[in-house]
Design a protein around this ligand. Structure first.
Ligand code: AMP
Length: 291
């Protein structure tokens, strides 16, 4: 495994592989890797000849007052985890390599799909994500790129970018990896105190309870959301930012649940950490299933 920090060097080595007919799988991350990231890497390892993991804490996707400076970083530890998983290249550019002129003058942005959920509360976040992912796609030129369903709005928006801008890349969604107690794995879980960590699984439990109500036949989205909100507000120290049910196609909130694909999602502040989680599901006739 090789750690490469220069765009030019990475382009050169990947060009040789591409010329030799090798397929390239790409896993973009902000590092401080956990099992969730590693499951993306394992899927990429299965599907491709060459696996590239990028580790870059991207400043353009953090808002003012967010945790860019305090975001955990440990390249040495990440490299040893990647090596064990058979990664071929880590691309770990510094900020100047990615943004030599400071903040870019040209961005990739999205309409509509970022109106709700995290997009509503993190203005400019998805613009920063799309811009860096587009840059990374142009640098790595992978055949496949792997994204976690934990960041479901991000996944939806990246799928749209690839479609609308004709990136010749297959986006592969990967299931959310959870701790044994159900908490979705996240680099930000390291911000939690032992007390906060102990109650954090109640976020996913609340979503599951809401999902069960839908399975039991409730079709009024507002009632489901209210029930979940009540559960979240009862978690000591938790401050829910949103709970919403949106349609998968346009990421707009729905009132009545009919046949279709939906995302039930929340963001909750727990101490200093902003934690997100979701359940994507499909309603077909009377059947409601995780999707
Ligand atoms: P991040 O480093 O948090 O930007 O995440 C990099 C990639 O890993 C994104 O595609 C995330 O959706 C994915 N990811 C992060 N946490 C998890 C998890 N618990 N399960 C599955 N994928 C995850």
């Amino acid at each position: 495994m090789e750690i490469i920090k220069s765009i030019e060097k990475l382009r050169k080595v990947l060009w040789e592989h591409r010329k030799a007919g090798k397929s390239i799988g790409f896993v973009p991350t902000m590092g401080y890797l956990h099992e969730g990231h590693l499951n993306l890497v394992r899927q990429a390892r299965k599907d491709n000849d060459i696996v590239v993991v990028s580790i870059f804490v991207n400043p353009t996707q953090f808002g003012e007052g967010e945790d860019f400076d305090s975001y955990p970083r440990d390249l040495e530890r990440d490299a040893s985890l990647c090596e064990k998983e058979g990664v071929d290249y880590i691309f770990a550019p510094d900020t100047h390599e990615m943004y030599p002129d400071g903040a870019p003058l040209v961005y990739v942005d999205v309409l509509k799909l970022s109106d709700h959920l995290c997009g509503r509360f993190r203005p400019g976040h998805f613009r920063g994500v799309l811009t860096v992912v587009a840059k990374l796609f142009n640098i790595v030129m992978p055949d496949r790129a792997y994204f976690g369903k934990k960041d479901i709005q991000q996944l939806r928006i990246i799928m749209q970018m690839v479609k609308d801008l004709n990136f010749p890349i297959e986006i592969v969604p990967v299931e959310t990896t959870r701790e044994p107690d159900g908490l979705a794995m996240s680099s930000r879980n390291t911000y939690l105190s032992p007390e906060e960590r102990a109650v954090a699984p109640r976020i996913y439990e609340s979503l599951k309870e809401g999902f069960q109500i839908i399975k039991d036949g409730e079709r009024d989205a507002t009632k489901v959301v209210e029930h979940i909100l009540e559960k979240l507000e009862a978690i000591p120290g938790a401050r829910p930012q949103y709970v919403q049910i949106v349609s998968w196609d346009d990421m707009q909130p729905v009132k009545e649940l009919k046949d279709g694909i939906y995302v039930l999602a929340t963001a909750v502040f727990l101490g200093p950490a902003r934690l997100i989680d979701n359940i994507r599901f499909k309603i077909e006739g009377g059947d409601v299933d995780v999707y």
